[in-house]
Ligand binder design. Sequence first.
Ligand SMILES: Nc1ncnc2c1ncn2[C@@H]1O[C@H](COP(=O)(O)OP(=O)(O)OP(=O)(O)O)[C@@H](O)[C@H]1O
Ligand SMILES: [Mg+2]
Length: 455
Amino acid sequence: MHTLKTLILDDETSITNKLHRYLTRKKFAVFCANTPQEAFQVLIKNKIDIVLCDILLPEMNGIEVLKRIKSTNPEIEVIMISGHGDMDTVIQAIRLGAVDFIRKPFSGLDAQLAIERTGKYIKLQNRIQSVENLNSLISRELENLIDQECIGTSEAIQEVLDLTLKAAKDRDINVLITGENGTGKEIIARIIHFASVRKEHPFFPVNSSAIPETLLESEFFGHRKGAFTGATENKKGCFELAHGGSLFLDEIADMPYSLQAKLLRAIEEKKIKQVGSNDEVPVDVRIISATNKKIKNLVKDNKFRLDLYHRINTFIIDVPPLRERKDDIEPLLIHFINFFSKKKKKNVPQISKNLINKLKKYKFPGNVRELKNMVERALILANGGILSEEYFPLVDHTLEPVKAKSKESYNFEQNEINLIKETLKITNNSKVKAAQLLGIPRYTLVRKMKKFNIE
Ligand SMILES: Nc1ncnc2c1ncn2[C@@H]1O[C@H](COP(=O)(O)OP(=O)(O)OP(=O)(O)O)[C@@H](O)[C@H]1O
Ligand SMILES: [Mg+2]
């Protein structure tokens, strides 16, 4: 780490001169200023790490100087020099982000110790920062690995994708994605982000139902050290962390009513206040929300604010349940088979035609996620063999009710033909096994096959 550079701002030249001499002798890199303007000039020209700042100054008091430093160079740590046992001002300074204070009169050694303490703190902060950077790098790489592909050939999903790309084209429009569990809302949200000009910035998902209510405000807006018990460090909230990118508010309907007003304010004004601070921080994020609930009903029951609802739903994308887009079942099935086979380094198995028919009759209450889980399980059970319907046990009561059949489907002969064909298929064209299954002698089967011209 480089030698820390300290700037001393005090209007009394006797103090700055004395400290300069003392600290230089101790091999510290020291700059001095006797007015705030001089200090700002030094800050512009040098990369200062620590400022020792007097409270009583000409032109502008120390609190104002502190605020200005923290707004332009938040990484600089400020140690206040208090003159008259002015504890109220010191407390105010600490709230505003000062790291420490020393009381006048003080010795060169007092100053040295305060600077060294702060130096240790800066070192620790840097270490935390580098870990955080590494983490965000890792999560960005992970994000790139995550499949952002939205599979589906049905008209319904193509319409959804069309809307998704339209939403992505606009940098700022807030999007609300609705749909049952597991329909692919998060995939849509990711596509909106990664297909937009914000893609180099974070895609930041937050699920408010997964966070204790008492911590939510800090989670969203961050907090200053000491703002509440347990706030031992300054912390940025997800609005600031998503700056430039997209904030994905998953399960928005579960957002506590008390927080909704604050969220609305942040979205409208594009500014936030950290818990324990009065400073407004500008934030630039696109809000993408998702819900599986009917928010309109929640508004009626006074559980969701109407004004917030209007803010987040500028553009609505409704993802239909899988049972309403049956054409997607086959491509999704194939996609997941390939996906898991590759992941588990296995050969891609064949699938039976009956499997797709069976799945198309199923209601999929858990939608695409349910299908995905089913495939993973079936691949394990089939263990490299043909993926047939027996590995996809479906709960019967979720099968669709039998529809009134067409006239031909009551035709006896046609049903006989279909049944024979189906049985032969299942038994791999073994006439012995097929006859057994049908409960008829083998020669009867052969006769019927001849009669109906079945190969
Ligand atoms: N069209 C699709 N193509 C490929 N994978 C999909 C598709 N739709 C959903 N999936 C997969 O299904 C799973 C569920 O999707 P996702 O998490 O996006 O659903 P969701 O609507 O957010 O669900 P929930 O409401 O439970 O949060 C994910 O693993 C996702 O990759
Ligand atoms: Mg989701």
